[in-house]
Design a protein around this ligand. Structure first.
Ligand SMILES: [Fe+2]
Length: 418
């Protein structure tokens, strides 16, 4: 995690846990959590010039300025407008500009054109954030106890939502900088996280396990209901797949052998000209990769990152293994036997992103948060170096399209001994 971001994160490592505080202190605890998460967003934006904050390098990535404004709109739309009686919107036009995908919340600007929004500028977005911050803090301080209790779930999801965007701020600016020939550093002092040295396999015997979130503490709706599944027997790699292993896959013609690839994956290899993970560049016979600190030589011992599901799946087939299912991953992670389950790279599983048995999306506009995306995407588990402190959980279900590789995404293998 970059130093600018980590300083704020370190001091508030369990910001959002404040919501389990004793009732008499929940006002102060929630206001403190709110301030801390909002400050982390600004800390992550701080190294970026206003020009950096406008760019949208592809439809999937959003400008920094948009992330800062959209997370603010989320509190305005879902908390302040319904619950703060005297609240006045900062600018009536912002709802159209900064609504992402909430159909129930009204019409919105086209996602691929977010980079065209040069106005409002970064300074005006900062004023928008301050306007909403004042109103939220006032609401938490002065609304009746009953009103505050009713709004806390919205504050809570708004903070977890903002933390998700904090991760995207880093992955999206990295994508933009990777397309800049001078390879700018987001933070010249950024260093990759230290990784565990565990090796070998964790034996998961056949058994029935409960997976999914059981209701204690915050979780997104897609993590429940908790339910029982049969897993194993399977061996899960304790370590993440490394760059050295990926180089062996490349040297063995991994990107040139169609028998290793899903049909859609092979089409992507051809269409995109993939011959290495995302952001890798070969210079004078050596491999370099774009990082948050700029262009750096590939460290063979480091976990591979910026690979798509298609690539992860092809690698696993080449290795004579498979990717684990998300249930297997979760049971293994809860056992504490996995190295770098969290904080390095998200790990692709071979589980399609679908509803758990008995899943019901929340009522109202926030029901659009996760449920409507439950098709055509694959689940990633764990968390990455860009995930804010306090945001990860063993039951967390991240999801992306199988061709996506601008996230910090890697893999660990599963072996069924067949
Ligand atoms: Fe969002």
């Amino acid at each position: 995690m970059p130093s600018a971001a980590s300083s704020a994160a370190r001091h508030h490592s369990n910001d959002v846990e404040a919501f389990s505080a004793a009732p008499e202190s929940f006002r102060a605890a929630s206001a403190g959590a709110y301030r801390a998460v909002r400050a982390e967003t600004e800390a992550r934006a701080a190294p970026l010039a206003p020009e950096d904050q406008v760019v949208q390098s592809m439809p999937d990535a959003s400008p920094t300025k948009w992330h800062r404004a959209h997370t603010t709109w989320f509190f305005e739309q879902f908390l302040l407008v319904p619950s703060a009686r005297r609240y006045r919107r900062f600018d009536e036009r912002f709802a159209y500009l900064f609504n992402s995908y909430y159909v129930a919340a009204g019409p919105r600007h086209a996602r691929p054109e977010r980079g065209l929004i040069t106005r409002p500028g970064a300074t005006e977005v900062a004023a928008y954030r301050a306007h909403v911050d004042r109103a939220v803090v006032e609401l938490l301080a002065y609304a009746s106890t009953g009103e505050v209790e009713k709004t806390l779930p919205i504050v809570e999801i708004g903070l977890h939502h903002e933390q998700q965007h904090q991760e995207l701020m880093l992955t999206d600016i990295l994508h933009a900088f990777a397309h800049n020939p001078i390879a700018p550093a987001y933070d010249a002092d950024w260093r990759p996280p230290a990784c565990g040295r565990a090796s070998g396999w964790f034996d998961l015997a056949e058994g029935i396990h409960t997976v999914g979130h059981d209701g204690g503490g915050f979780a997104f709706d897609n993590e429940g209901p908790a339910h029982r599944v049969l897993v194993g027997p399977v061996r899960i790699a304790r370590s993440l797949v490394t760059n050295a292993e990926w180089l062996a896959f490349m040297a063995d013609g991994g990107y040139a052998n169609p028998t290793l690839w899903l049909s859609d994956g092979w089409a992507n290899v051809a269409a995109e000209g993939w011959n290495a993970p995302g952001y890798w560049r070969e210079i004078d016979g050596r491999w370099f990769s774009m990082t948050l600190a700029g262009l750096g030589a590939i460290d063979p011992a480091a976990p591979v990152s910026h690979v798509s599901y298609y690539e992860a799946d092809a690698f696993a087939r080449w290795a004579g293994k498979q990717l684990p299912t998300e249930a297997e991953w979760e049971v293994a992670a809860k056992s504490g036997e996995l190295s770098d389950a969290f904080g390095v790279v998200w790990q692709w599983t071979r589980s399609a992103y679908a509803a758990y048995p008995g899943f019901r999306a929340a009522e109202g506009a926030l029901g659009e948060y996760n449920g409507k995306f439950m098709v055509n995407q694959m689940v990633l588990r764990g968390s990455s170096l860009a995930t804010p402190n306090g945001h990860a959980r063993a039951t967390y279900r991240n999801f992306f399209y199988p061709s996506a590789r601008w996230q910090f995404s890697g893999l660990r293998l599963a072996d069924y001994g067949r």
